[in-house]
Design a protein. Structure first.
Length: 206
């Protein structure tokens, strides 16, 4: 099948390709629809925004579309930045600037020792319906200071205890094995495989 991956983030596309490689899916990206403007992400949850984007792009392009919304939730800050992760402290601020703002907020609580988690919600939509949804979570904590030049986004800010490193310090393979996005898209891969099996079964019965 053909699947539009509704993101303009090349790092996310690279991770998604790694997970779906060999799944029998022809991946398209938004680069092929440069005139389609991005929708306003008004959802209150990651799931809301994933559904909103998947439905919007499916209707705009006529393609079955997968969209994801993801971010980091910091326990000591009541879940901030959450769905505002990419826009935290302003859409044009760099990630080091976002880290600095979050550390300042944590310092006001008296400690940087806070649990944190990455969340990824994805939705697959046709122009008329939501076809599949999945959610992936990875638990960790805020790093005492950013570390690592790998990954992207909040990866250097997120310390993963089982590895003893931040996600900015691990290999792409190590990250994808445990990450929120890896978990969500592996669930999608299983769904796609089940759909292919169902089609083969129907053909055999016919």
């Amino acid at each position: 099948m053909t699947l539009l991956v509704a993101t303009t983030n090349p790092n996310k596309v690279k991770e998604i390709r790694r997970v779906l490689d060999g799944a029998g899916v022809e991946m398209l990206t938004l680069d092929e629809w440069p005139d389609v403007a991005a929708p306003e992400e008004t959802g209150r949850t990651f799931e809301d925004n994933a559904r909103l984007k998947a439905t919007y792009y499916a209707r705009a392009t006529g393609q079955v579309t997968v969209a994801e919304d993801s971010g980091i939730e910091i326990e000591a800050l009541g879940g901030v930045p959450g769905v505002e992760s990419a826009r935290y402290a302003g859409e044009d601020t760099s990630y080091p600037e976002k880290f600095a703002r979050l550390y300042a907020a944590l310092d006001r609580t008296g400690t940087r020792e806070s649990a944190a988690r990455f969340v990824c919600a994805l939705a697959v939509a046709s122009p008329d319906a939501i076809l599949f949804e999945a959610r992936g979570v990875i638990d960790g904590r805020v790093a005492q200071e950013p570390a690592g030049a790998g990954g992207f986004g909040y990866d250097p800010f997120f310390y993963y205890p089982p590895y003893g490193r931040t996600l900015g310090q691990v290999t792409p393979e190590e990250k994808l094995a445990v990450s929120h996005r890896g978990k969500a898209f592996r669930a999608l891969r299983e769904f796609l495989a089940s759909q292919k099996s169902e089609v083969r079964s129907q053909k055999a019965e016919g």
